[in-house]
Design a protein around this ligand. Structure first.
Ligand code: KMH
Ligand code: ZN
Length: 278
């Protein structure tokens, strides 16, 4: 193995669909609050924002207007790469999950398989994955695959080999979801094995093992790491994070502590093969 000297992108995932203000009162709900947190996170080192939206009362939503407002505000105050979720919430139909792609983001998340998600089923059939890809292509939106288990990575590689996804493959390894792959070094190695050379990969780790999994991934050469209230509402054991930006600042410090460097917005765009990547 050679050390990856490329800079590391930090993605902030400000609110997700599952977490509520009961878990952390600082959770943003409105487009204004989500964009405010994203912009503060950019100032702390984030270069990508993974966007879910909520109705004003906190109910998970997929309304295009809400995504559009977040994106407009984020672009007005930062150079963040915008990524809308097409995972949405477990109960959303695929048509609803695709609505954010019409809001003009740079990227969309892409599920390439199904899993138990806590007590629920988070289902994405292969035809549904293909529907999301087709819509993204139509709208000029790039993809980050969200892999919750090894089979999801293998399916993404098959889609790449079939020419259905464009190279280089961009996969976020999501570890620690109850029902998905566990948050261990062995699990991460298993997820990396199917990736062809030249792929871009990042890590999302849910819950209390987040910090050590981000560190493991950084040392194994991850191109990106993700933090934010979607994944973890704590800064340290028993200490709630005051904001998404606090979590990003902490992640940026971890990157530097481990001898790597946080990517600039231009470097993030280059890494993602997006326009204006220098
Ligand atoms: N909220 C989860 C059920 C994604 O954004 O693509 C799905 C999720 C993944 O958050
Ligand atoms: Zn998400």
């Amino acid at each position: 193995m050679t050390w990856n000297d490329e800079p590391v992108t930090i993605t902030v995932a400000p609110c997700g669909a599952e977490v509520t203000r009961v878990h952390n009162p600082a959770l943003p709900y409105t487009p204004e609050e989500i964009a405010r947190d994203a912009i503060a996170s950019a100032e702390a080192g984030a270069t990508i924002v993974h966007i879910h939206v909520r109705e004003p009362d906190g109910t998970p939503s997929a309304r295009t207007e809400l995504f559009a407002e977040v994106i407009e505000r984020v672009r007005g105050g930062s150079e963040l790469v915008t990524m809308v979720s097409t995972g949405g919430a477990v109960w959303m139909a695929i048509e609803e999950r695709m609505q954010g792609m019409s809001a003009g983001p740079d990227l969309a998340s892409l599920e390439t398989g199904s899993l138990n998600f806590g007590d629920d089923l988070f289902a994405t059939t292969l035809p549904q994955t293909r529907e999301v890809i087709a819509r993204g292509r139509e709208l000029g939106v790039g993809f980050e695959v969200e892999a919750f288990d090894v089979g999801h990575v293998v399916t993404a590689v098959r889609l790449l080999e079939a020419g259905e996804l464009d190279p280089p493959l961009n996969v976020n390894m999501v570890v620690g979801v109850p029902g998905g792959i566990d948050a261990t070094p062995e699990a991460l190695h298993a997820m990396l094995r199917p990736l062809p050379p030249g792929s871009r990969w990042s890590i999302t780790a849910i819950g209390r093992l987040q910090r050590r999994m981000l560190a493991t991934a950084l040392l194994l050469g991850a191109d990106g790491i993700r933090v934010g209230f979607e994944d973890n509402v704590y800064l340290r054991k028993g200490v709630l994070a005051g904001s998404n930006a606090d979590l990003v600042a902490d992640a940026a410090a971890l990157v530097e502590t481990l001898g790597r460097r946080v990517a600039t917005p231009v470097e993030a765009r280059r890494s993602l093969r997006l326009p204006d990547g220098g």
